[in-house]
Design a protein around this ligand. Structure first.
Ligand SMILES: Cc1cc2nc3c(=O)[nH]c(=O)nc-3n(C[C@H](O)[C@H](O)[C@H](O)COP(=O)(O)OP(=O)(O)OC[C@H]3O[C@@H](n4cnc5c(N)ncnc54)[C@H](O)[C@@H]3O)c2cc1C
Length: 536
């Protein structure tokens, strides 16, 4: 069923059909109560029509039937996908709803919507799947009125070029729908952010998303061949080219523009043949240090594994049942044409040279026949834990869990990790107390450095989640940017990271981006506060 035929949940990730039942929420609350030694009960879920919203501050013209100020529409487009936004949803907190939501079905309707917003100076918020975790689709308090422009009806594959291996696709298409459309031609994009089921092509391009085939082609940047974007100043369309040395790339300004320069309506993406040959292995290390050193040697050997994911001892225990001292390196290779066992044996050989342990029987090889040999072991356990994203059962029980991600060059790495753990650990002690957790994995690895992804968690008094989280988040941004990392590797900047991003980019680059925005969006209606906040 297409996205627009289902209704999204306003308090958990995914659709209403993904919402946990009362029984599941109660069972989770019982587990949490046992852990905390006091009773916690799941808060009631408000009925959507009981949620209070301020009255719309604009009137939708009759000539625009694809725009409405209907109550449920405004509720469902108020928050993005951060767990604290889902918590606000569960608590019925919707202080800044959009005044109207548009679902343009054609580019003409998209143009009419943006022109209407521009004429009246309504803030225009482009909306893909709404999975942003950086407040990218929120209505800013400063707006006098705001219209969310949901691309969900612009969600078709328009053309497949099998010769050049590229697809022309509209921005509102969801990940699974795109893969379904490519499958009959034996093609795939193979861009799998963890939010893949609920996020869109336009959202990926707008946020420079990172997929989880993580050392080779992984960023949407690598797949974009050309873009088509509507700005208040007119259309912006780039030429399809396999490569070009002609000056700065127009696509590079679109990719990562997070809806502040225009609304991406479609793009050409490079696709590939579906993989058939595969190899996977989980290598165990006695320490974090030996594990990340081995990882560096593997990635620098330029074997280009499709996946090289390292879990620190705490993560390896939680996700794959290791003993709490050992780290786990997951290695994956895949190809449509070439057997992968030789590459895997090279990578495992390097891992073993640096202290890694794995039985040959735990190397799983699919020789293209679809029948794999070898055990899956820890890798299977990890995969199930990774795919099973669900914020619904624990929402509102007083558990605070979040992540922050970055990237840094190898020469800085061990000191960087020690610094981040010390600084964020201190903030966690001050806010969540002694029982907190802080762990790390590499979601992506490059020859010149890793992309570490830190997770933290603990127990908080009900009602204090947002305030305590802000303290922890501020310490994390300070530690990461202060020690030479990036404020985000793939979660985007949004409103959340605007200040941190201003500290890491060249000051003149900020000026150039502002100037570009003034040219394309002279009235400043598109996504105010995203990327460039008032003071930055
Ligand atoms: C559980 C979970 C897991 C996640 N895992 C990953 C991950 O593995 N990798 C990763 O990169 N991210 C991840 N994210 C973050 C998020 O999914 C990505 O940023 C994703 O690319 C957003 O896509 P979307 O379609 O949901 O966009 P939205 O959330 O709707 O929008 C994101 C931003 O892009 C703008 N925008 C959306 N569509 C357009 C358009 N057509 N034109 C112009 N601007 C537009 C919006 O205004 C907003 O600022 C995760 C989020 C969640 C909740």
């Amino acid at each position: 069923m297409a996205k627009w035929q289902q209704r999204r949940s306003f308090w958990t990730w995914g659709y209403e059909s993904d919402e946990p039942s009362d029984a599941e929420r109660k069972a989770m609350a019982k587990q949490v109560s046992q852990r905390l030694g006091r009773e916690v009960v799941p808060p009631p879920v408000p009925a959507i029509d009981q949620i209070e919203l301020r009255a719309p501050r604009l009137k939708v013209p009759d000539a625009m039937p694809w725009v409405s100020s209907e109550h449920a529409e405004r509720v469902l487009h108020t928050h993005g996908g951060h767990s604290l936004e889902l918590l606000a949803g569960l608590r019925g907190e919707f202080p800044e709803p959009p005044d109207a939501v548009a679902h343009p079905r054609t580019e003409d309707e998209l143009e009419a919507t943006l022109a209407w917003c521009d004429t009246h100076r309504y803030a225009a918020i482009p909306y893909g799947g709404g999975t942003t975790v950086v407040w990218g689709v929120s209505v800013p308090e400063s707006a006098d009125a705001a219209v969310t422009i949901d691309l969900d009806h612009l969600s078709q594959v328009l053309e497949i070029d099998e010769i050049s291996r590229a697809v022309r696709v509209q921005a509102g298409m969801l990940g699974p729908d795109l893969e379904d459309a490519l499958r009959p031609a034996g093609l795939t994009l193979r861009h799998f952010p963890q939010s893949f089921p609920w996020s869109t092509v336009g959202g990926w391009v707008a946020t420079r998303s990172g997929g989880h085939y993580a050392t080779n082609h992984t960023h949407i940047d690598d797949f974009v061949e050309s873009t088509r974007m509507l700005t208040p100043a007119g259309w912006w369309e780039s030429r399809r080219l396999p490569g070009s040395g002609a000056g700065p790339s127009p696509d590079r300004l679109v990719i990562g523009s997070e809806g502040i320069l225009g609304i991406i309506s479609e793009c050409w993406l490079r696709v590939q043949k579906r993989p058939k040959f595969r190899a996977t292995a989980g290598v165990v290390f006695s320490s974090w240090e030996t594990a990340y050193t081995a990882t560096r040697h593997i990635v620098q050997a330029k074997l280009w594994p499709a996946n090289l994911r390292l879990l620190d001892p705490l993560e390896a225990r939680q996700a794959a049942g290791l003993d709490g001292a050992q780290a786990l390196l997951i290695i994956g290779f895949e190809s449509s044409d070439v057997p992968q066992d030789a590459f895997m044996r090279e990578a495992v050989g390097i891992a073993r040279d640096h202290g890694g342990a794995i039985d040959d029987a735990d190397i799983r090889i699919d020789d293209g026949s679809g029948k794999a040999t070898g055990r899956e072991g820890a890798v299977g356990a990890w995969r199930n834990a990774f795919i099973g994203v669900n914020a619904g059962t624990t929402n509102g029980l007083g558990l605070l869990n979040d992540t922050f991600e970055t990237a840094v060059t190898w020469d800085h790495w061990p000191e960087f990790d020690a610094h981040v753990r010390a600084e964020v650990g201190r903030a966690l002690n001050d806010t969540l107390g002694a029982g907190h957790t802080l762990s790390c994995r590499f979601t992506h690895v490059y020859p010149d450095g890793p992309a570490p992804y830190y997770s933290f968690g603990g127990v908080v008094p009900l009602g204090s989640e947002l305030a305590l989280w802000r303290e922890i988040k501020a310490a994390a941004v300070e530690a990461v940017v202060g020690a030479g990392g990036t404020v985000t590797h793939h979660h985007a900047v949004g409103r959340l990271h605007a200040e941190g991003w201003a500290k890491q980019r060249p000051a003149l680059f900020g000026e150039v981006l502002r100037a570009a925005k003034r040219t394309l969006d002279p009235n400043g209606i598109l996504n105010p506060g995203v990327l460039l906040d008032e003071g930055n």
